[in-house]
Design a protein around this ligand. Structure first.
Ligand code: ATP
Length: 400
């Protein structure tokens, strides 16, 4: 197996890190890539207001997840857990023991590669892993890196490869920190990393979470879920806005409810219950047991209490999973957008899509029926609100 190891301070991780990591994976044919955020970096002083190592670890997890290669990419907390300076030689020794028969590749940008002789125990580093170096700016020429590779070979027996990146992102974490404090820099960050920074007011950002722009709200929501769910969230947002336009509904409300509807999707049951308890939301026994039902409740609670959304938006999130009798237009829009957004693929979705634009009530009724049938097939209990929603539509002649 070929394993890449990509260390750094990652304060914060940015697109320069991700683009180089992703290309190096393909170029070297890596089976696995491990990001290793430094606990206490030996070669640079962390700024006084740097977030704790644990927070940088979280940011790197979000950044790595955004590459959508969960089975191949890992983030190691090895250096974050280790006391004292984070020396690469020590880290590589651990990985060598963990992967005795495998090929280790240490990935690094030109600044690191050109100064490797000054690191602690460079000969040990070179004996434990191959080196892969890439440019960070246009000034880092291939020739320069090749010369350094030869020097490191002579001095320490290093085996190195110079990787020509197809795209250089000439930015550093230092520059991004400065930009963030000025309200800029988001274009260099995966949206989820930017959202996490906003939510936690890192690097001098001071967004009012109760008055976020649509794009900042989107970044915050994406930072709360795994990247594999991002396409769905964006799909619901897009579909909800289209439906609001079609049916004369509140487009902004539809957009914001779409953005937030799944923000607590990956919470544990304990997290859901604690949130409901904190905000005094009553739950029935069925809801207490089922995360799928709980995420609609806690999503609505966060929309109201954390993000300051208006009541209609919170209600649309609250009912997006079960539905309920006598739904508002926005509630119907979010319910059905969640069901048939462009990424959904199941038997009958096309019919549902058409119906959503010709007869919204009948589309909701069809969605409810499909949901009930699916739950029955899987032996699940059907929540009373779902049956109530369908019964209400039937009663008013819109159930079929
Ligand atoms: P800082 O500005 O805080 O010094 P940095 O941007 O240099 O941070 P690090 O986390 O220290 O980021 O870098 C980790 C690794 O990523 C190093 O090997 C570095 O050379 C590489 N790297 C950093 N930025 C880029 C970039 N824009 N393109 C390619 N590689 C990069």
């Amino acid at each position: 197996m070929k394993i890449g190891i990509y260390g750094g301070t990652f304060n914060p991780p940015h697109l320069g890190h991700l683009v180089s990591a992703r290309f190096a994976m393909d170029h070297l044919g890596l089976d696995r890539l491990i990001f290793v955020p430094a606990g206490d970096p030996p070669h640079k002083e962390l700024p006084r207001n740097a977030p704790p190592a644990q927070t940088r670890l979280e940011l790197v997890k979000l950044a790595a997840d955004s590459l959508l290669l969960r089975e191949k990419i890992e983030v190691s907390d090895l250096e974050v857990r280790r006391e004292g300076k984070s020396y690469t030689a020590d880290t590589l020794r651990v990985f060598r023991e963990r992967y005795p028969g495998d090929e280790l590749w240490l990935l690094m940008g030109a600044d690191m590669f050109l100064t490797l002789q000054n690191w602690k125990r460079p000969e040990e580093i070179c004996s434990l892993a191959h080196l892969a170096a890439f440019a960070r700016t246009e000034r880092d020429t291939g020739e320069m890196l090749e010369i350094q590779g030869k020097y490191l070979d002579k001095a320490f027996g290093a085996r190195s490869v110079v990787i020509q990146l197809p795209q250089i992102i000439p930015v550093s974490s230092t520059q991004i920190r400065e930009m963030l404090a000025e309200g800029e820099g988001r274009k260099y960050l995966p949206p989820a990393v930017y959202g996490y920074i906003l939510r936690n007011k890192l690097y001098g950002t001071h967004a009012d979470l109760r008055a976020l722009s649509d794009s900042d709200l989107r970044a915050c929501s994406l930072s709360m879920v795994y990247a594999k769910r991002h396409a769905h969230i964006l799909g619901v947002e897009e579909e909800a806005v289209k439906l609001a336009r079609r049916w004369g509904g509140d487009e902004t409300g539809a957009r914001r409810a779409g953005i937030l509807h799944d923000c607590t999707k990956y919470w544990t049951r304990e997290e859901h219950l604690a949130c409901c308890e904190a905000y005094g939301m009553a739950l029935d026994p069925q809801e207490r047991e089922n995360e799928k039902l709980l995420h609609a409740k806690t999503g609505a609670l966060l929309a109201r209490h954390l993000f300051g959304e208006k009541e209609a938006v919170c209600q649309a999130i609250l009912w997006h999973t079960t539905g309920k009798a006598d739904m508002s237009l926005l509630e119907k829009i979010i319910y059905i957008a969640d069901y048939m957004e462009p990424n959904r693929a199941f038997d009958g979705v096309e019919k549902l899509r058409k119906l959503a634009y010709t007869d919204l009530d009948r589309a909701v009724a069809l969605g409810l029926r499909m949901s009930i049938e699916d739950l029955k097939r899987r032996g699940c209990v059907i929540h009373g609100d779902t049956q109530g929603a369908l019964d209400w539509l039937i009663q008013y002649g819109k159930g079929n």
